[in-house]
Design a binder for this molecule. Structure first.
Ligand code: 5GP
Ligand code: ZN
Length: 131
């Protein structure tokens, strides 16, 4: 059972922002900021790593257009577009989705920041990533 598949199949109601053959965009029920939207492929794929390229491209293309539309019409000053992949990254629904989070000011209930962290040897990191 997947809650987003149920939304896509109209078994669960949602506020549809955009829909086409491959993609559904809905208002996030939590509205972390006003206009917070989720863009998801209609095909069930768990996350960005497991997804086929077509599903990802369809979502990113829709997210690009919607981000601009939402920023303009909600009179936001910026936007975060992100996808969480895996529990450690904060993914709570295992159906690929991109958050579009319009940003207003520093008091808008979102705090995405990189804390100071231990220095890394970049050559070693590069070697690890390249395998
Ligand atoms: P994640 O934590 O997986 O990156 O994001 C899942 C998002 O889905 C959360 O922001 C949560 O508010 C939203 N969500 C969960 N259930 C529902 C639902 O039934 N309807 C809508 N519109 N959003 C939901
Ligand atoms: Zn699903």
């Amino acid at each position: 059972m997947c809650i987003f598949c149920d939304i896509i199949d109209h078994k669960i109601p949602s506020s549809v922002v955009y829909e086409d053959e491959k993609v559904l965009a809905i208002l996030d029920i939590s509205q972390v900021t006003r206009g917070h939207t989720l863009v998801m492929p209609k095909k069930h794929v768990r996350n960005i790593i497991e997804a086929d390229e077509e599903s990802v491209l369809a979502c990113v293309s829709a997210a690009k257009k919607l981000a601009g539309q939402i920023v303009t019409n909600c009179k936001a000053s910026g936007v975060n577009v992100l996808t969480n992949c895996g529990e450690s990254a904060g993914q709570s629904v295992d159906h690929l989705h991109f958050h579009i989070i319009p940003r207003y000011d520093e008091n808008d209930c979102v705090d995405i920041k990189f804390n100071e962290s231990p220095k890394q040897d970049l050559d070693e990191v590069l070697k690890t990533i390249k395998g």
